[in-house]
Design a protein around this ligand. Structure first.
Ligand code: LRH
Ligand code: MN
Ligand code: MN
Length: 388
């Protein structure tokens, strides 16, 4: 049976990185429903992220998106984070919101546009130097809408060229995390559509290039835990963008749509040493809270990851291994299901209380008065939002 002290230690050590854009307004292409008290700049996004960390104790890192979080002085932004017990996490590049990128960014047929896109990625590494961030997260909306629109292999070559230039610019303690996505905004071909394409590019680039698994970026029915297990076994799993989906890239709270899938993913992570800091797997959220209150939704998401992790840590690996070796299919499956069906909420409450935290972070946040404070205080100015 798993050692409960070790389970608690692993839960205490796990870190979950929250996205700056999760604190801002977001919506669908039909409507953005603005919420009162939403941050007006990256500094206020950090103030909100600090609340998530204060009540969960496991979310000290905040991922930035450039240019959404562009500021004049990144050292000052880093200092603001530090004063609140936070660190700046992954720098997410953005080469998808400019008129120039209609036909793609680093895969665009025009070398001028490719240069502009690559220069943005290099600028993101400069920002990492200033913020102390170790991860450059790359997602490309590049692709085509119609058969024949562009040369598929030619686009791969342009992608490889840009990635190689950025890879060369990385410092010793920096890495690039390449994210794939099946479709959207491109509807016919996407230039990095799946883990295989991302993996092939990362393998060619070298050890500082790894793959990011965004849980919302696959075809329905894809076995994500298989991808996770394979990438981890090859040293190529850089991290996750966690979120839930029912249909496409819905960006709902992780664990909302399919907590069992999240458990299966975290079982592969836990079993293959992905919870150990040295393995370097970054547990990031990439979510948009369109209709629900944002800060408690981020807190709930952090708790959902913790619950799935706790269940994964409760899998009796000795019993599982024994059942697998002896071909006892039912016993092997039962080892997983017993852990999944355990109510880990009392265990997590205990872990929090042992660290001097409130056992229920959402209730503690609601009682803190922060929501009322930001609604009263953040009037005037323009509220931050996805893409703003
Ligand atoms: C693309 C994506 C990518 C972006 C984020 C805002 O769908 O998942 O990670 O950076 O959304
Ligand atoms: Mn993502
Ligand atoms: Mn996405």
């Amino acid at each position: 049976m798993p050692d409960i002290a070790a389970v608690k230690a692993a839960l205490t050590a796990q870190r979950i990185e929250t996205p700056s854009w999760g604190y801002g307004n977001s919506g669908t292409r039909f409507k953005v429903f603005a919420q009162a008290g939403v941050p007006r700049d990256p500094y206020e996004k950090l103030d909100d992220a600090a609340k998530v960390h204060e009540f969960t104790g496991v979310a000290p890192k905040v991922a930035l998106h450039i240019p959404w979080d562009r500021v004049d002085d990144y050292t000052a932004l880093g200092a603001h984070a530090k004063e609140r017990g936070l660190e700046l996490g992954a720098i997410n590049s953005n080469v998808f919101q400019d008129d120039d990128y209609k036909l793609g960014s680093v895969c665009h047929p025009d070398p001028r546009v490719r240069r502009k896109a690559t220069d943005h990625l290099l600028e993101c590494v400069d920002i990492m130097d200033a913020t102390g961030s170790s991860d450059l997260k790359l997602w490309f909306s590049d692709g085509t809408n119609y058969p024949g629109q562009d040369d598929i292999v030619g686009r791969q070559e342009r992608l490889a060229e840009a990635l190689a230039e950025v890879y060369e610019r990385l410092g010793d303690d920096q890495r690039m995390l390449l994210e794939y996505k099946l479709f959207e905004p491109a509807f016919y071909t996407t230039d990095v559509p799946d883990w295989g394409t991302a993996y092939a590019h990362c393998l060619k680039l070298g050890p500082k290039a790894q793959v990011v698994v965004d849980t919302g970026h696959h075809a329905p029915g894809t076995n994500i835990e298989f991808i996770v297990a394979f990438l981890l076994s090859q040293g190529k799993l850089g991290g996750f963008d966690f979120n839930s989906r029912f249909y496409a890239d819905d960006d709902l709270m992780v664990g909302a749509a399919d907590p069992f899938q999240l458990f299966r993913i975290l079982h592969e992570v836990a079993k293959n040493r992905g919870l150990e800091a040295e393995t370097g797997v970054a547990f990031m959220l990439d979510q948009c809270h369109n209709i629900e209150a944002k800060i408690p939704a981020v807190i709930r998401s952090v708790m959902n990851v913790q619950e799935a992790t706790a269940k994964a840590l409760l899998v009796d690996l000795d019993a599982l291994g024994e059942a697998q070796r002896s071909g006892d299919v039912l016993a092997a499956n039962a080892a997983l299901m017993d852990a999944y069906n355990t109510d880990v909420r009392p265990l997590l409450r205990e872990v929090r209380e042992e660290r001097g935290l409130a056992p229920d972070p959402v209730a503690a946040y609601r009682a803190s008065g922060w929501q009322e404070h930001i609604v009263a205080d953040r009037v005037g100015g323009t509220q931050a939002g996805w893409g703003a």
